[in-house]
Write a protein that binds this ligand. Structure first.
Ligand code: PDD
Length: 283
């Protein structure tokens, strides 16, 4: 039986219970992280824990565990679930309190973690690329906080699914923000661009790594606003996330992107990323 972590204890998944008065359940009042694990080794754990800290601060919640305690707990959870490749999900909610919009005082946060299978990225996506559609970014103005309140993202991702696409790329005031479940990069004449870190986008851990790898390899990469026009005339479009890595978008709104195949810059970046990942997996 799969083991989960709940408020200081490891227990079988079907024994883990949370009160119906938990603010996560009633108000979506919580934050989360998704951390890939390769061959028993957590990928970019420090970055994920730092972002969790920022998300908690952003919603005025205390971190129930120190960074060291999170790390120890996550490593134990990975072991208890058999090592190998996993996807670790962490969630912290404000805790159990009578329903009220105002934050309760003196309440203990609910801390939960589970291991899910890490579904390998289909080879087809890397050979052919994926299809995406553009949609208006209907989300709130604090998208830098990784909040569990994902109904808008879920609706956008579902619209993409309904249209046979794998991701929705979001447009706000004439510029690109990010994907429903990913960050977005474009390539134009060999230069890589991605939206800057503002409250309109999640500071993605994969995004950060791509920027670092580009710098190390002397690949020009700029964090600046990308107009919808620039998006539509891009030579390449990529979407990045912890579970999907870096995926080339080869069809946007039914129109081929660039040559309609994964581009040369993506090939180079994906090779750098896979090499980095293999080093992590090797410990
Ligand atoms: N989501 N932007 C949004 C809106 C996301 O939901 C995600 C990832 C990202 C990429 O962030 P990172 O590189 O840190 O995974 C950007 C996760 C995987 C999820 O909700 O399951």
């Amino acid at each position: 039986m799969k083991q989960v972590y709940l408020n200081g204890t490891f227990l079988p998944a079907d024994e883990a219970k949370v009160s119906v008065f938990d603010r996560g359940f009633l108000l979506g009042d919580g934050v989360y992280e998704v951390i890939p694990v390769y061959n028993g080794h957590c990928f970019q754990l420090t970055g994920h824990l730092a972002r969790l800290e920022q998300s908690l601060a952003g919603v005025r919640m205390n971190n129930p565990l120190s960074q060291a305690a999170w790390q120890k707990m996550i490593e134990a959870l990975v072991d208890k679930n058999g090592g190998g490749d996993q996807s670790i999900y962490l969630q912290v909610t404000r805790g159990v309190a009578p329903r009220d919009h105002v934050f309760p005082v003196g309440v203990t946060p609910t801390a939960f973690a589970m291991s899910n299978p890490l579904v390998a990225v289909p080879e087809k996506y890397k050979i052919e690329g994926i299809a995406a559609i553009t949609l208006p970014d209907i989300r709130w103005q604090n998208c830098d906080i990784k909040a569990i309140t994902l109904l808008p993202n879920s609706m956008l991702r579902q619209q993409a699914q309904d249209q046979g696409a794998q991701e929705a790329i979001l447009i706000r005031d004439g510029h690109l923000t990010e994907g429903a479940v990913s960050n977005v990069f474009i390539v134009k004449q060999g230069h890589i661009f991605t939206s800057p870190k503002t409250t309109e986008v999640l500071p993605g851990i994969t995004r950060e790594l791509v920027i670092e790898l580009a710098a190390q390899a002397d690949m020009p990469c700029v964090e600046q606003e990308v107009s919808e026009t620039a998006l539509r005339s891009a030579d390449e479009i990529w979407v990045t996330s912890s579970t999907k890595e870096i995926l080339p978008v080869t069809i946007l709104d039914d129109v081929p992107v660039g040559i309609g195949k994964p581009g040369a810059v993506w090939q180079q970046m994906n090779a750098l990323y896979q090499h980095y990942k293999q080093n992590v997996a090797a410990g």
